[in-house]
Ligand binder design. Structure first.
Ligand SMILES: C[S@@+](CC[C@H](N)C(=O)[O-])C[C@H]1O[C@@H](n2cnc3c(N)ncnc32)[C@H](O)[C@@H]1O
Length: 279
């Protein structure tokens, strides 16, 4: 089983250490099982601490366990009484079951995601796992976060001010043919398109093909914003066009906003899309 390793979470680890290698089995509770606790799913925002909402911050201060992908768990400061359970990418369902197991025993748990947990994040994995037998009594509450599209859009100006669509270019959880079909539909409908997960170390061709698909319906001077590490150290924002977009400059730390035909660049270089569309 490539994703699993058993980590025994001892009494010591409750006060400072964390389980990092894979997804651990939920620790056996020394107490008799009580009523299930509410499982929180918390979006941490796309980068800096001041993009964490006060509600999310307060929720994280009140839990005993934080469960998530390692880089996100790292963003929750350690404190006495908190156990942080970090695991690798691509084990969303196992991670969700782990959190549900803890909550079903009455432990106060937050599953954390970057950005908004409901946007290509852990919230859906939690609901998917929660449909399995045994979790009926665990209430789940999702706390909103600032999503990367909002952060990149704000930095650029107001490119998603009109109708827009959001897609992930990752074909890990859906066939590439679906990505292409949806991309064509969005481009044909003249929607602004926010593109998450445009590339990774092993996925470099998708953005090349996606650009070609969009160009079937869109002019080459369509405005494109490439936001990289927005809100984080090394942030960059590039305003280019679909024709001139360099796929080699796009990686997994980027979010793209491909404008609609009405999207424009102001004299000061700000990108915005009017809410009105001429009939
Ligand atoms: C798995 S998705 C998670 C999205 C997250 N749930 C959200 O609402 O922003 C990861 C992708 O989000 C985008 N992303 C997240 N944070 C970003 C940031 N600070 N700057 C640019 N893109 C970001 C990138 O496209 C990255 O590949």
């Amino acid at each position: 089983m490539p994703y699993f390793s058993l980590v025994l979470v001892t009494g010591d680890s409750r006060n400072g250490q964390r389980s990092r290698n894979g997804v651990a089995a939920a620790p056996a509770s020394p107490e008799p099982a009580g009523p299930a606790a509410e499982l929180l799913v918390v979006g941490l925002g796309p980068g800096p601490g001041h993009w964490l909402t006060p509600e999310a911050s307060e929720a994280l201060a009140g839990v005993d366990h934080v469960v998530g992908y390692a880089p996100y768990v790292d963003r929750v400061p350690q404190r006495p009484g908190l156990t942080r359970h970090a695991s690798g990418n691509t084990v969303e369902l196992e991670r969700a079951r782990f959190a549900l197991d803890l909550a079903s025993r009455g432990e106060r748990v937050a599953v954390v995601s970057g950005g908004d947990a409901g946007v290509f994040g852990m919230a859906t994995a939690v609901f998917e796992a929660a449909e399995e037998p045994g979790y009926e009594d665990v209430p789940v509450r999702v706390l909103p976060g600032v999503s990367a599209v909002q952060a990149v859009a704000a930095r650029a100006g107001a490119p998603v001010g009109g109708d827009f669509a959001v897609m992930s270019l990752s074909d890990r959880l859906k066939p590439w043919s679906v990505v292409e079909r949806r991309g064509r539909a969005v481009a044909g409908a003249d929607l602004t398109l926010a593109v998450y997960n445009p590339a990774s170390r092993s996925r470099t061709e998708q953005i090349v093909t996606a650009r070609e698909v969009l160009l079937e319906h869109r002019e080459s001077d369509t405005v494109v914003v490439v936001g990289r590490d927005v809100g984080r150290e090394g942030e960059s924002l590039t305003v280019t066009t679909l024709g001139e977009l360099d796929p080699a400059a796009v990686d997994m730390r980027c979010l793209l906003i491909v404008g609609a035909s009405g999207t424009r660049v102001s004299a000061a270089g700000r990108v915005w899309t009017p809410r009105w569309v001429r009939s």
